[in-house]
Ligand binder design. Structure first.
Ligand code: PEP
Length: 252
């Protein structure tokens, strides 16, 4: 980790904890936030409990993210939720381009870029996800794929952007990129950012995601170009999410 970039630990609750359990989990994290003053904590509950979780963590350092949105402000888009609606619900962040959105809901580099633009225009901070599939890794295309995905939105990034490198083969599988594998991709993304605009790499936080757990977090977070983690399964429990946040605090 680099001290110029505050560590950020974000919990992606995916399609879990959509009711009272979610509000309770948010409440349990408030105490943990006090223990990790040098770590930025973000949680991304499902839409149904965004406002309730925002209310629950009010006054703490925990920020609320949505997991997705539709990049129009309003209109006849039945079933969709806009960035201004997320803001009204207490969100300050939004995850964009998660691999599950790309894999199951037809998101492409182009629709990811649209969302990055709409999020920033609405005043939400995007956490933009990139990452290669197993087939792409095995055929030696990892850096080319990630470079292409980042190129799609690089023009839109502000100096406090957040990118999450999440190898698709590591999400929810229990397989984690080793620290060296993660560091190689993070360093390549940072170099791409700096090449695009001087200083952009220095200020952009690059999170690692993919089966981050309490027992592997410290080794990943110790990598110089890993600025935090996007955590799925292990964010559904206050103790394991807390352990990851504490690992980041120790290294901060
Ligand atoms: C995720 O959902 O973004 C994720 C990284 O999940 P997991 O930590 O469970 O692999």
């Amino acid at each position: 980790m680099n001290n110029a970039r505050n560590p950020l630990i974000a919990g992606n609750w995916q399609m879990y904890k959509g009711g009272l359990q979610g509000v309770e989990l948010a409440g349990a994290l408030v105490g943990i936030a006090r223990e990790v003053p040098n770590v930025d904590l973000v949680i991304a509950p499902p839409f149904t409990v965004l406002a309730a979780c925002a209310h629950e963590v009010e006054g703490s350092s925990i920020a609320i993210a949505a997991q997705n949105f539709y990049p129009k402000n309003e209109g006849a888009f039945t079933g969709e939720v806009s960035a201004p609606m997320l803001k009204d619900s207490g969100c300050t962040w939004v995850i964009v381009g998660h691999s599950e959105r790309r894999q199951y809901f037809g998101e492409t580099d182009a629709t990811v870029a649209e969302r990055v633009q709409a999020a920033i225009a609405a005043g939400l901070e995007p956490i933009v996800c990139v990452g290669e599939t197993l087939a792409e890794r095995e055929s030696g295309q990892t850096l080319a794929v990630v470079n292409r995905q980042v190129s799609a939105f690089i023009n839109l990034l502000t100096h406090h952007a957040v990118i999450a490198y999440e190898p698709v083969w590591a999400i929810g599988t229990g397989k984690t990129a080793g620290p060296n594998e993660a560091e190689e991709v993070h360093a390549a993304i940072r170099a791409q950012l700096d090449k695009h605009r001087s200083g952009l790499g220095t200020t952009t936080r690059i999170l690692y995601g993919g089966s981050v757990k309490a027992d592997n977090a410290a080794a990943l977070l110790a990598c110089p170009n890993v600025d935090g983690a996007l955590v799925g399964g292990a964010s559904l429990d206050a103790n394991t999410f807390g352990a990851i946040a504490r690992a980041a605090q120790t290294l901060a």
